[in-house]
Design a protein around this ligand. Structure first.
Ligand code: RB5
Length: 145
């Protein structure tokens, strides 16, 4: 199950990405927002991230205007590794090297075509482990300090 959520700045792109995911056969849980009315991105980041931590969802997609605020909020939650991506190379590395369990996108930055390529890239690759696992483990240690 893929969790998805956005604030108003990412609402339109969230709807596009959700539609594409469903067309491709992914199961999607939409945590809102459900209209273009203004909402605060931390209020969306939290339930999306909690659904990953509690095992309901495997991965999450978060979208705000720039992707910045919502990724900062998500990264405050221990166990979440949210990667703000604006290109496919970063999306690939975010999973292969950083094991990002959340990808963040800027709804006012990316067109829907590029955004979808970024999401597909991130979903289509695997964490490489090895030396990267050591580094991810050290991120977890930082959370305990
Ligand atoms: C909302 O206007 C906007 O600030 C938000 O979507 C996001 O871009 C913040 O980082």
């Amino acid at each position: 199950m893929i969790a998805i959520g956005s604030d108003h700045g990412g609402f339109e792109l969230k709807e596009e990405i959700k539609k594409k995911l469903i067309q491709e056969g992914y199961e999607v849980k939409d945590f809102g927002t459900y209209s273009p009315e203004s909402v605060d991105y931390p209020d969306i980041a939290k339930p999306v991230c909690m659904s990953i931590l509690n095992g309901e969802c495997e991965k999450g997609i978060l979208i705000c205007g720039t992707g910045i605020g919502i990724s900062i909020a998500a990264n405050k939650i221990h166990g979440i590794r949210a990667a703000l991506c604006g290109d496919c190379f970063s999306a690939r590395m975010a999973k292969e090297h950083n094991d990002a369990n959340v990808i963040a996108l800027g709804g006012r930055v990316l067109g829907p075509g590029l955004a979808w390529e970024i999401v597909k890239t991130w979903l289509g690759v695997k964490f490489q482990g090895g030396r990267h696992q050591t580094r991810v483990d050290k991120i977890h240690l930082l959370e305990q300090e």
